[in-house]
Write a protein that binds this ligand. Structure first.
Ligand code: GTP
Length: 334
């Protein structure tokens, strides 16, 4: 199997973290997010993946210099202007020479255990032009919901329905199988959205099928979900990976609870870190408190400061001694 991986977005909801690093190169536990995503593709049998790049492409191209990521051969396609999701899939498939075959296409910011082989098989059996994975959510009013019939055929795409009017709580999970005909139908070199344009058109032709899956699924696009995806990987919800990297230093007199402490990070005596992510080489000084927050790479939380309530501290930023920050982003991305 070959895959297109969408990684070219600006990641505005994760600013200031994404001002310096594209979302899929942000660390997740012990490696860039993209390695978790491509590793999942590889475990489903994908041998080649093209990264559909736009924002800060060099962060990827200079990192995987041997052309391999989690054992999968990487190809790169760099847009000179944003083509949106469908436009980007078309462009990347052509650039990599994949356009003539059945393809997987995925959002590169989703961490999931979804069964891609099952998606591929359902696609084959139904004879659809495209097949998409769906995941259930509690509150569908923030998403586009996707009703299907008894034969798994997609009936339409309904953007952000009021909660009491939503016909279903199944939403697009960001994993697709496409026939070459779908790519041919996407106009070249202009922005085209897969959810707003390509899929509704396929649904009208009764040519779009869906696999409903309640496998683990998180879209990491917001501070809350970027944090949750990582805590789920250490607290047993999804996995039980070691939460403290062997290259981190946690003082015996520090208190760390349900948090990820990455390579080179330092937690000094008297500091408290709870339900948080401390990125590589960040330092939490004496008696500082970090609660429900994300501390970016190389950031410094000085003595006695409190960072709480889903605050996001950008890379290399210093929080002054004794500061009390709740629900803030530093620097403020505006
Ligand atoms: P926000 O700005 O916070 O909404 O994040 P985003 O830019 O990542 O947008 P969104 O989460 O809606 O994008 C879904 C996926 O498509 C992500 O993996 C993005 O990287 C990717 N993506 C969005 N727009 C483009 C684009 O124009 N080109 C490419 N190559 N990828 C895109």
């Amino acid at each position: 199997m070959k895959a297109v991986v969408l990684v070219g977005g600006f990641g505005t909801r994760l600013r200031p973290l994404t001002l310096t690093t594209p979302k899929q190169m942000l660390p997740v536990i012990d490696r860039p997010m993209i390695e978790h995503v491509v590793g999942w593709l590889g475990s489903a049998g994908v041998t080649d993946a093209v990264l559909a790049l736009g924002y800060r492409p060099e962060a990827f191209t200079t990192h995987y210099t041997d052309g391999l990521c989690a054992g999968v051969r990487l190809h790169y396609a760099v847009e000179d202007h944003p083509l949106d999701t469908a436009g980007a899939i078309r462009f990347a498939a052509h650039e990599a020479g994949f356009a003539g075959e059945r393809l997987l296409a995925i959002n590169g910011d989703v961490l999931t255990d979804l069964d891609l082989t099952g998606l591929w098989d359902l696609h084959q059996e139904s004879g659809a032009e495209a097949t998409i994975a769906l995941t259930p959510v509690d509150d569908p009013s923030r998403y586009g919901v996707v009703p299907t019939d008894d034969e798994n055929r997609v009936l339409g795409f309904i953007e952000k329905p009021p909660a009491d009017e939503a016909p279903t709580n199944w939403i697009n999970a960001g994993s697709y199988v496409f026939e070459p005909s779908v790519l041919e139908g996407i106009p070249a070199d202009i922005p085209v959205s897969v959810e707003r344009e390509t899929f509704p058109a396929l649904a009208r032709r009764r040519s779009l099928y869906a696999l409903r899956s309640d496998a683990y699924w998180v879209d990491t696009g917001t501070p809350l979900t970027y944090l949750k995806a990582q805590l789920d990987m250490v607290d047993g919800t999804r996995d039980s990976l070691p939460p403290v990297h062997p290259g981190a230093v946690v003082d015996d007199e520090a208190y760390v609870y349900r948090s990820v402490i990455m390579d080179g990070a330092i937690i000094r005596s008297g500091a408290r870190v709870e339900n948080s992510v401390v990125s590589p080489s960040a330092v939490i000084e004496q008696n500082a408190v970090v609660r429900d927050s994300i501390i970016g790479s190389g950031a410094l939380v000085q003595n006695g400061a409190v960072v709480a309530d889903y605050s996001v501290i950008g890379s290399d930023v210093s929080v002054t001694p004794g500061a009390e920050l709740g629900g803030v982003r530093l620097p403020d991305p505006g």
